[in-house]
Design a protein around this ligand. Structure first.
Ligand code: LLP
Length: 426
């Protein structure tokens, strides 16, 4: 469900025609729909109504301050993975007591920053990290609230790069190791066990692996409770997939009541860390056709957005739907590669795609780009990162200005000319 629709043959974001945004802000531009973000957050929240819960939006999906501010205003908590994300959430008005800190490699200063603002919980991913967390808490004279991220060894049946619950994964600790670590944590005056966490992957399109993972984690909780270790919360991670074309997805209203019921029966506060399901379809990437070309075997449409703006097709062979902003029902359909200007053959937004014939200068919308679009963007090929716009009804706000050329070399320095000459003389 999203609020990008064609009216009178022109694609709109809510009430704003996209050509107007392109004229005012330029391209490439990420365009977000506030109503869509709100709707998605509410769907997840309502789906979990059967249990006391906190939705901790996964900041990495889309960390724009306006997005975080909007979600914070709806009552969302946040799942962070770095001190940068922590600062963003705090800047945007997020409540530190609703923050969980995940990630396989937290630095001591990041752990300290999180403890000093009073986050809800650190999701600890190894024995060594548990010891470091304890040491940081001791130094700060506090007690670190922790959960262990356990690896339930369930196959999420998603792309290998975003599957995290397998035995071979770098994430979390095994069930057996978790038992020992929980005993150690429970005995420490500087650690406080608050819960347990798992996250088996992203873009998951089946309910069963998610439920299987929760069931395995709950067995661990009951085993440890029997030893007197208390648990107040269960964090089931993120991972709900979205339809990038028309693939069947797990309905939040099937998933929510099932996991809520499990948590409630075990007397646990439920935490979840959705990213993509909230942000994915709330954003599109608006790009303009720079030109077309054809060789003996292929036709190419060259657009002004590239893999540095949206890396998902190159990195995961991901499919994003492309639609011309101006509908043209009588156009011929042609098979084309839609590619960006970056100097790599992997720089494409679509390959061998049947699309209405596209003309130089026209606008195209790349759908499903609200999550892991701008958040994974880079300056490769010294390209400035795209602008970001949040639409609300028939108004819009530029929530991130397009980068300038000066932004590209901010912080860089050149060598002293004398040093350069001295070496080349030698
Ligand atoms: N929690 C943890 C611990 C995670 O690692 C992730 C995502 C999430 C929550 C949110 O997952 P979601 O609900 O968005 O599936 N760049 C990839 C996705 C990487 C996901 C990384 N972790 C992509 O573009 O598909």
């Amino acid at each position: 469900m999203h609020h990008f629709h064609s009216t009178n043959g022109i694609l709109h974001a809510e009430g704003v025609p996209l050509p107007r945004l392109a004229a005012e802000v330029g391209t490439p531009t990420y365009v977000y729909s506030r109503a869509t973000f709100e709707r998605h957050y509410r769907v997840i929240d309502q789906a979990l109504a059967g249990v006391e819960h906190t939705v901790c939006y996964s900041v990495k999906a889309n960390p724009n301050l306006a997005v975080l501010q909007l979600l914070a205003s709806l009552g969302s908590g946040f799942d962070i993975v770095s001190v940068g994300e922590l600062r963003r959430v705090l800047l945007a008005g997020g409540d530190p007591r609703k923050i969980v800190f995940s990630g396989v490699g937290k630095r001591d200063d990041e752990i300290a920053a999180a403890l000093s603002v009073g986050i809800y919980c650190l999701n600890v991913e190894s024995a060594e990290e548990l010891a470091r967390t304890e040491a940081v808490a001791r130094r700060l004279g506090t007690r670190a609230p922790i959960a262990l991220r356990v690896n339930p060894e369930v196959d999420a049946q998603t792309h290998a790069y975003i599957s995290t619950g397998l035995k071979t994964s770098k994430f979390g600790v095994t069930m057996a190791e978790a038992r020992d670590l929980y005993r150690r944590a429970a005995a420490s005056p500087h650690l406080r066990v608050v819960g347990v966490d798992s996250h088996i992957g992203s873009q998951i399109l089946q309910l069963d692996p998610m439920i299987e993972a929760v069931a395995r984690v709950l067995d661990l909780v009951e085993l440890l409770r029997a030893e007197g270790i208390p648990f107040e919360s269960l964090d089931i991670g993120g991972g709900l997939g979205i339809a990038y074309r028309d693939e069947p997805t797990v309905s939040p209203f099937e998933w929510g009541p099932t996991v809520a019921d499990l948590a409630r029966r075990h007397g646990l506060h439920l935490l979840t860390e959705p990213g993509r399901v909230i942000a994915g379809n709330a954003g599109l990437l608006l790009t303009r056709v720079l030109g077309t070309k054809r060789n003996d075997s292929k036709s190419f449409v060259i657009v002004d957005a590239a893999m540095n703006d949206l890396i998902r097709p190159a990195l995961y062979s991901a499919h994003h739907s492309l639609v011309p902003v101006l509908e043209a029902p009588d156009r011929r359909i042609a098979k084309v590669d839609v590619v960006g200007p970056v100097c790599e053959s992997g720089d494409f937004l679509a390959r061998d795609r049947d699309l209405p014939e596209l003309r130089t200068g026209e606008l195209i919308a790349v759908l499903g780009c609200g999550a892991y679009g701008q958040s994974m963007a880079s300056n490769y090929n010294s390209r400035t990162r795209a602008a970001e716009v949040m639409v609300h009804g028939d108004t819009h706000t530029v929530v991130r200005a397009r980068e300038t050329l000066d932004d590209l070399w901010r912080g860089e320095a050149m060598l002293q000319p004398q040093a350069l000459w001295a070496e080349s003389d030698a």
